[in-house]
Design a binder for this molecule. Structure first.
Ligand code: FRU
Length: 435
């Protein structure tokens, strides 16, 4: 817990340094080495952060047998490292949850908020209206690209289907939902760290209370000169938090800021794309983070991190003791990130974004110095194989994989687990010997 009166909201559950020092690569959390899919469903675009169109209660929406995912995208001839500067939300639809058809951009670019749109979530409401929550990054008109971030929604879409497929139509109304208050959540001008965060809105309805929440990623204000993190100004820059806003009426366009669920002051800067799912009355909170966003003195990895609590507001305990749920193998540490967890019977499925592969000993910073063709050749720019995990109380374990980009419905039968994981290990060992 934060010491009372020290920073942010007193009493906010914390991801502590002590817990984070337990982060380590074990068989339970290390994903197999990932190779490109045989076929890319969307060769014209790089795709990364992806989310599923859902109903209010969190179940995957289907419309006349189709399900829909939304992804951040950029033209595939663009240098992968530049993609965040032009990100655009597109939708893809599928009948089998494996083969995805590109439906095109969701919004008309001119009407969106921000100079580009970053991650979010999507709701198909009971009355058939679609709400796409997103991060308005930058300002619509700006001479230089800025990292200004606001939570926004496009409201007023509908899903139409015919014999040929599905389309999301609408005269969208865009509005800003909440902005940081400077007390619970840092404003941009207060920020002292690497990349400011106030982004990635995730819609969640609590089945126990019926309350409607938005989760998102933010930073806890740490006043300069305070004695937080032993007064170390460098450590103080690591101040990520999981923020919340609430809609009292359930209206998806009407939100008020609420206290954070968790913060990671002196531990980590960016707790990306937070989302919650409920299983057996327990609340599982997940987010993604990176090796370079851990505070000095801590060794973390690009990966999916998770916490569990007995109610939505916590208090949250780290899964597996440390919080680490999925990470990349040591010999392919940047192969994937931006993971999304969803429940499936006794299993937890986790789909991520397939990033750089076959880098050998290169770090992510080296990639930008490679010739253009090589940067493009080593970039996945699509979804990972879906990982299958066992989830038992406070512990998780990777037990197998599904195909790249496979998003099964909740009642879909999955193939038996068999030797899945064993097969992956063999591939992993082969890869390891090459470097
Ligand atoms: C994580 C992320 C998100 C952000 C997006 C920008 O993958 O950093 O937090 O919305 O990428 O491209």
């Amino acid at each position: 817990m934060n010491p009372d009166g020290a920073i942010g909201v007193p009493g906010t559950p914390a991801w502590t340094r002590e817990q984070a020092t337990r982060v380590e690569r074990t068989d339970d959390v290390v994903a197999p080495v990932i190779y490109p899919p045989q076929e890319d469903d969307a060769p014209d675009v790089h795709g990364w952060d992806t989310w599923v169109l859902r109903e209010r209660d969190g179940t995957i929406a289907t419309v006349d047998g189709w399900r829909v995912i939304l992804s951040l995208t950029a033209p595939s001839d663009m240098l992968p490292g530049k993609r965040h500067d032009v990100a655009e939300i597109r939708y893809f639809y599928s009948r089998d949850g494996k083969n995805w058809i590109d439906g095109g951009p969701v919004f008309d670019r001119e009407n969106c908020l921000g100079s580009r749109q970053w991650a979010g979530s999507a709701l198909l409401d009971d009355d058939g209206q679609v709400y796409v929550f997103y991060t308005a990054a930058g300002r619509a008109v700006e001479e230089e690209l800025s990292y200004h971030q606001r939570l926004a929604v496009g409201a007023g879409g509908t899903v139409e289907t015919d014999a040929d497929g599905l389309s999301i139509e609408g005269s969208w109304e865009h509005e800003v939902l909440v902005e940081p208050d400077g007390e619970r959540y840092e404003r941009e001008e207060q920020y002292r760290g690497m990349i400011y965060t106030f982004r990635d809105p995730w819609f969640f309805e609590d089945p126990a209370t019926g309350e409607t929440w938005l989760l998102f990623e933010a930073n806890t204000p740490v006043p300069e000169g305070s004695d937080v993190c032993g007064g170390d100004p460098v450590q103080q820059e690591f101040n990520g938090s999981i923020a919340t806003a609430r809609s009292e009426t359930g209206d998806p366009t009407d939100w008020t800021l609420e206290d954070p669920l968790l913060d990671a002051v002196c531990v980590n800067q960016e707790l990306e794309r937070p989302h919650v799912l409920v299983r057996d009355g327990r609340y599982y909170l997940f987010f993604s983070s990176h090796d370079h966003t851990f505070a000095p003195g801590l060794e973390g990895f690009d990966g999916l991190y998770g916490f569990v609590a007995d109610s939505f507001r916590g208090e949250y305990r780290p899964l597996n003791g440390s919080g680490l749920v999925v990470t990349n193998p040591a010999n392919a540490p940047y192969q994937a990130y931006s993971w999304l967890a969803f429940p499936h019977g006794e299993e937890l499925l986790v789909s991520g974004f397939f990033n750089y592969y076959d880098l050998g000993p290169l770090t992510i910073d080296d990639v930008g110095h490679l010739p253009r063709e090589e940067q493009l050749a080593k970039f996945g720019g699509t979804l990972t194989p879906t990982l299958r995990l066992r989830l038992e109380g406070d512990r998780t374990r990777i037990v197998g994989t599904l195909e790249h980009g496979h998003i099964p419905l909740e009642d879909e039968k999955l193939p038996p687990l068999d030797h899945d994981r064993v097969g992956d290990r063999t591939a992993d060992d082969r890869y390891r010997r090459r470097f």
